[in-house]
Design a protein around this ligand. Structure first.
Ligand code: ADP
Ligand code: AMP
Length: 214
């Protein structure tokens, strides 16, 4: 299964990708997670990416395209993968098409999650993530255990770019640079549009039905 999860920040891509990863035993490739790990480790990539991420801007195409091209060639991608947060520009989508062609692979589906802007702001300001295992929570919609820690007992943190001003920038960047991909993949016959406003479990059910429909 070779999938893209498409949608604005806060649409639920990471939440759904984690469930799909478990169900189909294929890796989640989140460019955001890869970049945040690089920032934490202060690698050359992390140092370069940090200024863009803090401002809610996209990291330059050539940087993320390089990361994903390499990642897709890893052995654990042999049976499929879930791209989460990539591609985010038409240039990235074109590069992905070329890389997959070279690898003799084809995308199965692009799952596009649609969510109202104000709901996205509420989701992102309430998002918390486990510093140990990476599991995501929402203070209202998917609350952590009563001790305020993750089920793995790790400490939860709030992402720096989940402050309202940065969120608004990220949503504007999505509208401008990423939303054209909806038409891009519609024209390629790969797009499945899903109502991302539904509860987490209901979105998951719809995704699974769409995948079963072939
Ligand atoms: P993305 O990866 O698209 O940026 P996330 O999966 O991290 O989004 O979800 C953003 C926040 O919204 C998280 O706190 C998550 O728990 C919550 N969330 C995800 N899906 C839903 C949903 N269907 N309904 C309500 N909250 C959701
Ligand atoms: P995310 O975790 O997907 O919300 O991404 C967090 C941040 O990482 C974004 O705001 C961008 O700065 C950067 N980023 C993640 N994926 C990409 C991508 N495909 N292209 C460019 N920048 C990205």
């Amino acid at each position: 299964m070779k999938l893209i999860l498409l949608g604005p920040p806060g649409a639920g891509k990471g939440t759904q990708a984690k469930m799909l990863t478990e169900k189909f035993a294929i890796p989640q490739i989140s460019t955001g997670d890869i970049l945040r790990a690089a920032v934490k480790e202060q690698t050359d990539l992390g140092i370069k990416a940090k200024q863009f991420m803090d401002a809610g801007q996209l990291v330059p195409d050539e940087v993320v395209i390089g990361i994903v091209s390499e990642r897709l060639q890893a052995e654990d991608c042999a049976n499929g993968f879930i791209l989460d947060g990539f591609p985010r520009t038409v240039a990235q989508a074109d590069a992905l098409r070329d890389v997959l062609n070279e690898l003799g692979k084809q995308l199965d589906k692009v799952l596009s999650l649609t969510v109202d802007t104000e709901a996205l702001v509420v989701r992102l300001t309430g998002r918390r993530t486990c510093s140990q295992c990476g599991k995501g929570y929402h203070i209202r919609f998917d609350p952590p255990p009563s001790d305020g820690r993750c089920v793995c007992s790790g400490e939860l943190f709030q992402r720096e770019d989940d402050q309202e001003a940065t969120i608004r920038n990220r949503l504007a960047v999505y509208d401008e640079q990423t939303s054209p991909l909806i038409n891009y993949y519609r024209q390629a016959g790969l797009l499945v549009e899903l109502d991302g406003m539904l509860a987490i479990a209901a979105v998951q059910e719809r995704i699974l039905s769409a995948l079963q429909a072939g």
